[in-house]
Design a protein. Structure first.
Length: 180
């Protein structure tokens, strides 16, 4: 049995550790793309929002969202340790624009939201319903009364999450999926 020279095994170990630290300890990239470090990679600025419900996709602009009922949430962003105010449209209203029937329960469904950088998050349907959940999940178009800037035209924000891990800047797509 051949052994690997010590210098070569040290080099291989160093490359492996560098790769692991680049993608988060223990998170080896898999699939067609490596995981995105959402804290650093911002992707390209979002300009339109694709919303898919039951196989039907609609594309929404900021101007279209501005004609819909607006909601403001005040949140604490633990990443930058600042209180922030976002205004936009309730995610349930955005889904309704794409075809979710009013009053249709979302109990057995989930929402996948994805940014232009490939970062994506999941919400259970019940987490976005105001009648069933205390928090608000909005598709924000402004922060502090101003456009989102480098965070694109759209940002998903949840008022109940203690950390902004499930906020999605440069929001590009939202898909409602029935779990049954």
């Amino acid at each position: 049995m051949k052994t690997i020279p010590t210098s070569l095994s040290c080099a291989l170990a160093a490359m492996l550790l560098m790769g692991m630290s680049q993608h988060g300890l223990g998170q080896i990239p898999h699939g067609p793309t490596a995981p995105v470090d959402h804290a650093r990679g911002k992707g390209v600025a979002s300009t339109a929002l694709s919303v898919t419900v039951g196989g039907k996709t609609v594309s929404l602009t900021v101007a279209e969202l501005e004609t819909m009922p607006q909601k403001t949430v005040n949140v604490h962003n633990s990443h930058n340790k600042m209180d922030e105010s976002y205004t936009g449209v309730a995610l349930t209203d955005v889904l309704a624009r794409a075809g979710v029937a009013e009053g249709k329960p979302l109990l057995r469904s989930y929402v996948k939201a994805q940014g232009t950088d490939g970062y994506w998050v999941l919400y259970s349907g019940i987490e976005i319903e105001g009648a069933s959940h205390g928090g608000d999940v909005i598709v924000a178009t402004t922060q502090g009364g101003k456009a989102l800037g480098e965070n694109g035209a759209f940002q998903l924000v949840s008022s109940e999450d203690k950390k902004p891990q499930r906020w999605v800047r440069n929001l590009a797509g939202v898909t409602l999926v029935a779990a049954e």
